[in-house]
Write a protein that binds this ligand. Structure first.
Ligand SMILES: Nc1nc2c(ncn2[C@@H]2O[C@H](COP(=O)(O)OP(=O)(O)O)[C@@H](O)[C@H]2O)c(=O)[nH]1
Ligand SMILES: [Mg+2]
Length: 302
């Protein structure tokens, strides 16, 4: 199965609930009026999109209907899709990797899929001919390091690790040094995500960031925040928490396989104006791809 089919399959539940309701409203359609807009707005608000974004989408739709003098169901549906695509396109989704080495710091709460996504991205970059180094800066549990090691073997890339409990910033320091000495193209840093101990976690991330900025001051740097689509609206508050300490340059959205909450994608992007760069649709190494707003919208509204 190709990636688009996997994405489409994964989003079947979202399409059935959200897209299905949109289609029902549109099929009961008599004329384009305020009542129709209100019904559409209700569908958006009761999905996982979030109130502000829902209201914004309907305002844009109202303007577009007037401006383009839209008259029928298909035209309104097409306009709605165009607005959603426009909302999702907030910036460059390609990874900034101009320098050698460049660095990708991966952050997010426990269990969202950081380590898995790193394995998939490492594999992807390696297949593009890049020399990739993984840095195991989630040193809180030995199992976390072992898990990243398994992924490094799967992807066929090198790993820098230290004993459990080592300062994550010091592992990062070692990784950067090794990457510079050995001509790596990109370093990907895995981190811990214990939001229960928020102050500690944020201090730890700030320290890792300081090491990166001091050791690689002129290098390309991405900070990718990983979010689990299944957490719905909660994902939006996770971004807010991490944004306090870290400039997030992109989002990796995981577990789009089988979720009914796919609509959250719109809220996440619109609230934060940060682009989604990758999406995950499964646990296998090739279950990740770059985000494509048009494919996404076509998958949730038929
Ligand atoms: N179905 C599905 N599971 C995923 C996806 N990404 C990660 N997982 C699973 O989510 C769980 C937590 O992943 P992990 O990478 O350990 O999360 P971390 O704590 O953020 O590093 C694991 O069981 C992964 O296999 C995805 O896109 N789809
Ligand atoms: Mg992990």
């Amino acid at each position: 199965m190709g990636f688009f089919d996997k994405l489409k399959n994964g989003l079947t539940k979202t399409k059935d609930s959200f897209g299905g309701k949109i289609n029902t409203v549109l099929s009961n359609f008599r004329k384009v009026d305020e009542e129709l807009l209100e019904e559409l707005e209700e569908v958006l608000v009761t999905s996982d999109i979030g109130i502000d974004t829902s209201v914004e989408i309907i305002d844009k739709l109202r303007k577009k209907i007037k401006l383009e003098n839209l008259q029928d169901e298909e035209q309104v549906k097409k306009a709605l899709k165009e607005i959603m695509i426009e909302i999702l396109d907030v910036g460059d989704i390609s990874l900034n990797m101009q320098t050698k080495p460049s660095v990708i710091l991966v952050v997010g709460v426990n269990g969202v899929g950081k380590t898995t996504s790193i394995g998939k991205i490492a594999n992807n970059l390696k297949n593009q001919g890049k020399k990739v180094l993984l840095v195991a800066a989630d040193t809180f549990r030995a199992a976390a390091v072992e898990q990243l090691e398994i992924w490094s073997n799967r992807a066929g890339v090198e790993l820098i690790k230290k004993p459990e409990g080592t300062d994550p910033a010091s592992v990062t320091f070692d990784g950067i040094k090794y990457a510079k000495e050995n001509n790596f193209d990109v370093i990907i840093v895995d981190t811990a995500g214990r939001l229960q101990n928020k102050k500690y976690l944020m201090d730890e991330l700030a320290k890792i960031n300081r090491i990166i900025d001091s050791q690689m001051p002129n290098s390309s740097k991405e900070v990718l925040m990983v979010l689990d689509a299944e957490t719905g609206q909660n994902a939006i508050s996770q971004v807010k928490a991490f944004k306090e300490t870290t400039d997030i340059t992109g989002i990796i959205l995981t577990k789009l396989d089988g979720t009914a909450k796919g609509g959250v994608v719109l809220g996440i992007v619109n609230d934060n104006q940060v682009p989604i760069k990758y999406v995950g649709v499964g646990e296998q190494i090739d279950d990740m791809n770059v985000f494509n707003s048009k494919d996404f919208v076509e998958s949730i509204i038929e």
